[in-house]
Every structure is written in structure tokens, then in C-alpha cells.
Design a protein around this ligand. Structure first.
Ligand SMILES: Cc1cc2nc3c(=O)[nH]c(=O)nc-3n(C[C@H](O)[C@H](O)[C@H](O)COP(=O)(O)OP(=O)(O)OC[C@H]3O[C@@H](n4cnc5c(N)ncnc54)[C@H](O)[C@@H]3O)c2cc1C
Length: 447
């Protein structure tokens, strides 16, 4: 593609959303400048701007696929950097309260498990290797200044020294969307409606070094029965022979303050699997905590008008409950959508406007399935706040039937795996063959 979309795209934020979008845009602009408030570390380490990076970050298979198609060789680099391959569900012990552990069948999908700093570092290396992409750290965006043709982005360094840069396109991947919302306020334009689902998830995480202790799974998930408990547990591997273990509480109940408290909470889980795996170990780095208050979809896609050349993406547009591991994958899939639309609108008289309109008209469909899957599961907890989805009881009953069929039928389990890993659309579960299999297992169960 020729670089005739414009001279410059500016991306706010060098998280997963910003890096992915910058890569997608690089073939369409003379230069892409990423403005990031943090100092970006040269090595694989946590940073202040993404405090969630001290907690497990599962990159779903759909996200790995999207990043590998945007940045050929990404998966290979991530594996070479130490991410651990995990076969879904052969290596996954996934314990549900209704049907018990799902069968450990090979569903033909592989993940690579690593820390969020490792995933981001690998992606950043890919992006900075693109000749016309520049990452400018210590550049906190303070304002987008409206203009009839090219918006101006103002930013400042840690010493408060300011500068400004003009752009043909501004991608807001700041995580909170504050620059775009601020711009709407300055213009006196309507802000987007929001769908908010309050979950108040508190995470408590430890990093373990089991040494010679080995497990017969690579991922262990223990879910509660939401009617009686709000506590779930997780263990996943990360690079360097280390493992994350996390306990999450729905509804922000008391969080474990010490390792002894953590073990006590692990003991209360639906099965003893997590407790048995960790009770002999001691986390060298202690416990880390994080509270996530609410999933939030800002419906920019429903606004009658957006300022020219402004594109909110990733968490700025929609933040998902992190327990379902969807945020990075959705961010990568949005970048892939951007790339597809760029190709499609390249011949338009005003490609910037066509890109903005095209993205906004298609992104809702991309967000809907992961949003629905998460929110439907969240409303099983009595403490969840917000508007229940329409036909909620019906979808809960369908989910119960689905999991019975997942246990009994490898074809249904594979379809479930592809959908939940965001590789295939949810419609796959609704296809006549899968529907018929789910109904057949329900009938057999009730006979
Ligand atoms: C506890 C927790 C666990 C999670 N676990 C998972 C998981 O298992 N799997 C998964 O896929 N997702 C997970 N997520 C979600 C995931 O972190 C995000 O969805 C994903 O990183 C995409 O976010 P983003 O790029 O939009 O924003 P972020 O990753 O938050 O990045 C935003 C970037 O913008 C920068 N920035 C912000 N404001 C400015 C400004 N004014 N100027 C310049 N720079 C700015 C920040 O410093 C940061 O670098 C989890 C989230 C949380 C909270």
C-alpha cells in the first residue's frame, strides 16, 4: 500500500493497543509516532504506566494469531524469548462447579504463556524494527487540539516541558480514552454513552519458582459456584521457570494480605488443586494486589459525529473484565481490522474519513461477542452491578447445556475452544451442527 493516507499518524500510548495499531498503520503513513508517558525499559520489566502488568496476562490464541499476522515472526520470537507453549485443553485443567474438570482433549490450539512485560517487550521490538515508526517515551499527552483538517497533539516530558505535533490521524490507545473525551468536551460535543458492568474484582498474585516440583498441567483454573462463593484461582506458567498464581474475588471481598491468608483462601476454593500445587512453596516477591472496578464499553461507535482524524481503540473504547483474558486479544484484533480497512479504503477521495467511519461501523461487531461472554458470566455473581443483558436466564440455561455437551462431545469442545479463544465468531456455537449436538446431549441427560 502506498503511504498516501497522510504524512503522520500519532498513537497515544505504547501498550498492546498502541503498539498493535502503530504496526497496522505503518504502511499507510509517512511516519507513525507513538507518544508514551513512561520511560520504556530496555529489558523485560514492569513499568508504572501499566500497573496491571504484575498480574497474569493470558494472550488468547486469537490474539497470538492476530499479532503474528500483523508482525510476521511474532509467535516465534515470543517462544524464543521463553514463553511457554500450552495446548488447549490437553495441558489445561479447567475446573467448573457444574461439570467438574473439562476433558483434557487436544483441541488443536496452542497458546504461549509469558508475563505481560515479555509480551509487550517482544511486540515493542517488532514495532520499533519498522523503519517509519518512532516511539517517543516520557511524552505525556495533555490535550488534543481540534482543527478543521489536522488535529494537534500536545504533550510534555517529566520536567513539564511541552511540545506539540500535528497529525493526519490520532489513535487514542491511552487505556482510559481521556484525550478523546477531553477533546469532545472542548468542542462541546456529546460524549459517548457507556455500558458499565461493575464487578469489583480484586486480584492477589504471587510469582512462584517451583524448582523441581512439576505439575501435570500447564494452566490450572478453579472456578467457584457463584451462588455460594466469589473466589476463583489460577496458575499459569511464565518465562524463566516461574509461575503466576492468582486468586480473584468478585465483589471486592477481603483480599489475602499474607501468604498464609493466600493459602487459606486457596483452601476455600471449590477444589484443593491450587492449594495442593502451591502450599509447599513460598513466593520470593510477596503478594501483589489490583482492583478492577468495572467493565466499560464507551460507545464511540454510536456517536453521530467524532472529530475528524480521531480514533479511540483498545481499552479506551472497551475495557473487559480481565479474568476472561480478552483485552490484549481484542486490541490486536482491532489493529487487524484497522489494517483490513486501510486496504479497502486506500482509493477513497478522503481515506482518513473513510478509515474512521469504516472502523467505527465494524468495531462494534468485533467487541460484541467477547463482551457478551464476559458479562453473562459476571451476572451469575449477585454482587455484579449494572443492567442484565436481555434474555439473560435463557443464555444461562444455554451455557449450562453447552458445558454438558463440551464434556461429552469432542466436536463441541473444539468449537467452544475456538470461540472462547477468540479465533472463531460466536456464531460457530450457534451453527446447526453444534446446536444439534448440544440439544442431543441435553435430551440424553434429561431422559
Ligand atoms: C489485573 C489485570 C489483568 C489482566 N489480564 C489480562 C489477560 O490475562 N489477558 C488479556 O488479554 N488482557 C488482560 N488485561 C487487559 C490488558 O491489560 C489490556 O486490555 C490491554 O493491555 C490493552 O490495553 P491498552 O493498550 O488499551 O491499554 P494499556 O495496556 O493500559 O496501555 C496504555 C498505555 O498508554 C499510556 N498512556 C496513558 N495515558 C497517556 C498519556 N496521556 N500520554 C501518553 N501515554 C499515555 C500508558 O502509560 C500505557 O503505556 C488485564 C488487565 C488487568 C487490569
Amino acid at each position: 500500500m502506498s503511504r498516501h493516507f497522510g504524512q503522520r499518524a500519532v498513537v497515544i500510548g505504547a501498550g498492546i493497543g498502541g503498539l498493535s495499531a502503530a504496526g497496522a498503520l505503518s504502511s499507510a503513513f509517512q511516519e507513525v509516532v507513538i507518544l508514551e508517558r513512561d520511560v520504556l525499559p530496555a529489558s523485560i520489566m514492569s513499568r508504572a504506566g501499566v500497573p496491571q502488568d504484575r498480574h497474569p496476562h493470558l494472550l488468547l490464541a486469537g490474539g497470538l494469531q492476530a499479532l503474528d499476522s500483523l508482525f510476521p515472526g511474532f509467535a516465534q520470537d515470543l517462544g524464543a524469548a521463553g514463553a511457554v507453549p500450552v495446548n488447549v485443553f490437553k495441558d489445561v485443567q479447567y475446573e467448573r462447579p457444574d461439570v467438574g474438570a473439562l476433558p483434557r482433549r487436544d483441541c488443536g490450539t496452542s497458546l504461549l504463556c509469558g508475563s505481560r512485560p515479555l509480551i509487550e517487550h517482544t511486540l515493542r521490538r517488532k514495532v520499533t524494527a519498522i523503519a517509519n515508526v518512532k516511539v517517543q517515551s516520557q511524552s505525556r499527552v495533555t490535550e488534543i487540539v481540534p482543527a478543521a483538517t489536522r488535529p494537534m497533539v500536545k504533550f510534555e516530558n517529566d520536567a513539564g516541558v511541552g511540545a506539540a505535533i500535528e497529525a493526519d490521524l490520532v489513535v487514542d490507545a491511552s487505556g482510559r480514552g481521556a484525550p478523546t473525551l477531553g477533546l469532545l468536551d472542548v468542542l462541546g460535543w456529546e460524549r459517548p454513552q457507556e455500558t458499565v458492568v461493575g464487578v469489583d474484582i480484586s486480584y492477589t498474585t504471587a510469582v512462584l519458582r517451583p524448582g523441581r516440583t512439576s505439575f501435570d498441567w500447564q494452566n490450572l483454573v478453579t472456578l467457584p459456584d457463584p451462588a455460594t462463593s466469589a473466589t476463583a484461582g489460577l496458575i499459569i506458567p511464565l518465562e524463566g521457570g516461574r509461575w503466576f498464581t492468582s486468586i480473584s474475588h468478585h465483589g471486592a471481598t477481603n483480599r489475602p494480605g499474607t501468604w498464609e491468608d493466600y493459602l487459606a483462601a486457596a483452601r476455600q476454593l471449590k477444589t484443593p488443586a491450587i492449594y495442593n500445587a502451591v502450599y509447599k512453596l513460598l513466593p520470593p516477591g510477596g503478594l501483589r494486589h489490583f482492583v478492577f472496578d468495572a467493565s466499560r464499553w464507551r460507545h464511540f461507535e454510536r456517536l453521530k459525529r467524532l472529530p475528524r482524524g480521531i480514533l479511540p481503540v483498545a481499552d479506551s473504547l472497551c475495557r473487559f473484565n480481565p479474568v476472561y483474558g480478552q483485552g490484549m486479544t481484542v486490541a490486536a484484533r482491532e489493529a487487524k481490522l484497522l489494517r483490513e480497512i486501510l486496504d479497502r479504503v486506500a482509493g477513497e477521495a478522503d481515506p482518513i474519513e473513510a478509515l474512521q467511519a469504516g472502523f467505527m461501523s465494524e468495531v462494534g461487531a468485533l467487541l460484541q461477542a467477547p463482551w457478551n461472554m464476559g458479562v453473562n458470566a459476571d451476572f451469575a455473581y449477585p454482587t455484579t452491578r449494572g443492567q442484565r443483558p436481555e434474555r439473560y436466564e435463557e443464555s444461562r440455561q444455554f451455557e449450562a447445556a453447552l458445558f454438558r455437551a463440551v464434556v461429552a462431545d469432542p466436536v463441541v469442545q473444539r468449537a467452544f475452544s475456538d470461540v472462547v479463544q477468540l479465533m472463531e465468531p460466536f456464531d460457530l456455537i450457534n451453527s446447526p451442527d453444534i446446536r444439534q449436538r448440544i440439544e442431543a446431549h441435553s435430551l440424553a441427560q434429561n431422559a
